[in-house]
Write a protein that binds this ligand. Sequence first.
Ligand SMILES: Cc1ncc(C[n+]2csc(CCOP(=O)(O)OP(=O)(O)O)c2C)c(N)n1
Ligand SMILES: [Mg+2]
Length: 326
Amino acid sequence: MATPNKETLLDWYHQMVLIRRFEERCAELYQQGLIGGFLHLYIGQEATGVGAVAALKEHDHVITAYRDHGIALARGLDPKRVMAEMLGKVDGVSGGKGGSMHLADRERRFWGGYGIVGGHLPLAAGIALASKYEDRGEVVLCLMGDGATNIGYFHESLNLSAVWELPVVWLIENNQYGMGTSVARASGVTELVKKARAYGDNGRGMKEGPRIDGMNVLEVYEQVSEAVEYARKHGPILVESLTYRLQGHSMGDPERYRTKEEVEQYVASGPIGRFRTYLIEKYKNIEPKLDEIDARALEEVDEAVEFAKNSPDPTFEDLVRHVYVD
Ligand SMILES: Cc1ncc(C[n+]2csc(CCOP(=O)(O)OP(=O)(O)O)c2C)c(N)n1
Ligand SMILES: [Mg+2]
């Protein structure tokens, strides 16, 4: 596969930096009490989200769990409206009723944002079934955590997708922990992509895809692109991206399950720094351009916060709308 052009690579760099700055600001707003509920940061996992979403066509679908800000921004949702959602404001992408864990945008075929671990996997299978049933040629990218692979929904959804040969890329973001529990303590199989073997045999049903370096945006893009085209032609495929969350599970995690040294090691080899180094080595005199992108991302976050703060709270009528069908 040919390496994407310079403009595309710079766009990915921008997306990754925007996600990082956006979430750092979210952490501050959370401390100030302006963001309520839970807040799960994607910091450290940006290369997986940006590379994987870049592999989709516009008419494809994407769905994920509660660690969803990075996926939303990578899919092109307006940072202003995403920030308004974080603050529970009426201009938020879900009308202020969803918050951090329930970002969604129908037009961009980004179906959320779900708080129940693994709960979105049957939905991914359903969206893929509709695509297949109507012969639309649309693929569903379903991201999930390593912890989600131990839950019943995983079995039901992967099995049905295999039996019905549904066009889904099941992408495990293996960040090594589900809350405070390491993969080895929670899963009999630690090479999670091997779980595909339970749902496919001799080229029929689920395909066991690759285990990829989730800190390398180019590798994620290339491997997920192949998986997406496989799913479009043949049916489901399971892919595992090896990544790491640099922050706690959610805000206020005392992080007793891992050492500072472990985290520091991943900070040093983080996805944004790695990609920046790659770009500097590849293109002469690119640094001023990268600095410009860094500054722009900060400005966009400032503008998003300003917009969100100025957006009104939902009224009582707003809150009860769409709750019950007449
Ligand atoms: C069905 C269900 N059980 C338990 C929880 C509580 N819970 C929230 S996040 C989480 C860990 C999931 O870990 P993983 O799938 O690896 O995702 P990560 O947080 O690492 O992105 C758990 C157990 C939940 N939300 N839903
Ligand atoms: Mg995890």
